[in-house]
Design a protein. Structure first.
Length: 422
């Protein structure tokens, strides 16, 4: 019978990116008393997913077991406080301290002249706890497979004016901008935003709904102000709002004042009298631009919209190559897969490859030897994984037919006609 540890070791070598498989391997290593190897395998997972609770549990269990001396017995309970301190002369100890520390739980009245110091300390504490992470991006538009029409529009309408500030200044163009990326879910809008930041050589600040909303009144607006302030302090910077239809939803249909106030604050930060946004490029992504408040799409705000289409043939081939690259494969016909996956989003393609890999992995574990992925696995996966953008296309068709009087969705109408959806 095949040793489960050996089979799992072979499977991990074949599928190094499968975190669930690696954690299971680490658990079995810990069970077998191979604590150092268990910690090493779990640490690989934690480098990629620091919040993985299963991997953390393996590290804790293996570290405690490794630290326990062989044949050790539980330590004796410490003596009671009365036994340990009965010989201490507390009065003599107190007298020997020249400047005793104030007791920690004694209330102290704050003098009026301390208020300025307290305000400064509060501001420092606020800055020490940033709303969103600030980082540099290394990806470029060339790293985005296919989508040449989308990349060309982004380059012409957004990147070129920003990359030539002297010419822009000659025409009275200020170095700021707002661009709204929209399209079906799972088609790479966030990755495109990162690539734009990389092209501009700018810092990248990604903001989600959970970064902004706060249960206390007024704190959500403060969070918006803080992310804009961070972007201004680190200009050039790309400030990216993900799921903009949630953060900037229509105020007319929102019964919660906190949501309306968030939209108001974004408007103030983007073009208020006191805003200084030169060098701050505000991007946003949404699956449903028709749910974004109209005021946010007026000139000077998110006045440019670009449809991020589902991956075309070249993009699907590039995405499939990326997800197959580090897996054992044999006889995979990429051309056939590209033809069979028309209408798949990038997320759908990743799910397709993962499903096929699981089928090959299951058989490999059963036989105890690694079997590469084959076209039979991909065809079986295609029977289970279907395109997920159908509901979005239906909604987009309704918007194109009945809500495009201003022409803001003309690129979406053009794509729907090309795909014979209109």
């Amino acid at each position: 019978m095949t040793d489960p540890l050996s089979a799992l070791e072979a499977a991990v070598q074949a599928l190094p990116d499968d975190r669930t498989l690696r954690v299971r391997y680490a658990e079995l290593l810990a069970d077998a008393g191979r604590h150092g190897e268990a910690i090493e395998q779990a640490s690989v997972v934690l480098r990629e997913a620091p919040e993985d609770e299963a991997a953390k549990a393996v590290v804790r269990r293996a570290a405690l077991a490794a630290a326990e001396p062989p044949g050790s017995t539980p330590a004796a309970a410490p003596p009671a406080p009365s036994d340990r301190h009965e010989d201490i002369d507390w009065s003599e100890l107190e007298a020997s301290i020249a400047n005793p520390t104030e007791p920690p739980f004694v209330e102290r009245v704050v003098a009026e002249h301390d208020e300025e110091l307290l305000a400064e300390a509060a501001e420092t504490a606020e800055d020490a706890d940033p709303v969103a992470e600030l980082r540099r991006e290394t990806v470029r538009l060339a790293d985005v497979g296919g989508l040449e029409v989308v990349k060309r529009r982004i380059d012409e309408s957004f990147l070129q004016p920003m990359a030539h500030p002297e010419i822009a200044a000659a025409f009275g163009k200020k170095l700021r901008g707002g661009l709204l990326l929209y399209g079906p879910p799972g088609c790479g809008k966030t990755f495109l935003a990162r690539a734009i930041a990389g092209e501009l050589g700018a810092h990248f600040i990604s903001v989600t709904l959970s970064d902004v909303l706060d249960r206390f009144i007024g704190e959500s607006e403060k969070n918006i102000h803080r992310v804009f302030r961070t972007a201004r302090e680190h200009a050039p910077a790309v400030l990216f709002f993900d799921e903009m239809d949630a953060i900037g939803a229509k105020r007319s249909g929102n019964t919660f004042s906190s949501f309306r106030n968030v939209v108001n604050q974004i408007l103030v930060e983007m073009d208020g009298v006191d805003s200084q946004n030169d060098g701050v490029y505000v991007l946003a992504a949404t699956n449903h631009p028709w749910e974004v408040d109209a005021a946010l799409k007026r000139p000077g705000r998110f006045d440019r919209m670009v449809l991020v289409r589902p991956p075309d043939d070249d993009a699907r081939e590039a995405i499939l190559r990326v997800h197959l690259r580090r897996r054992p494969i044999e006889g995979i016909d990429l051309g056939d897969l590209v033809r069979r996956t028309k209408g798949f989003s990038g997320a759908d393609l990743e799910h397709l490859v993962t499903t096929a890999a699981e089928k090959a992995m299951t058989e490999s574990i059963r036989t105890g030897s690694v079997r590469p992925m084959r076209m039979d696995d991909m065809r079986a996966a295609l029977k289970e994984v279907k395109p997920s953008i159908g509901p979005w296309v239906q909604t987009a068709r309704n918007v194109a037919e009945y809500s495009n009087g201003s022409g803001e969705y003309d690129d979406m109408v053009e794509w729907l006609r090309e795909e014979k959806q209109l």
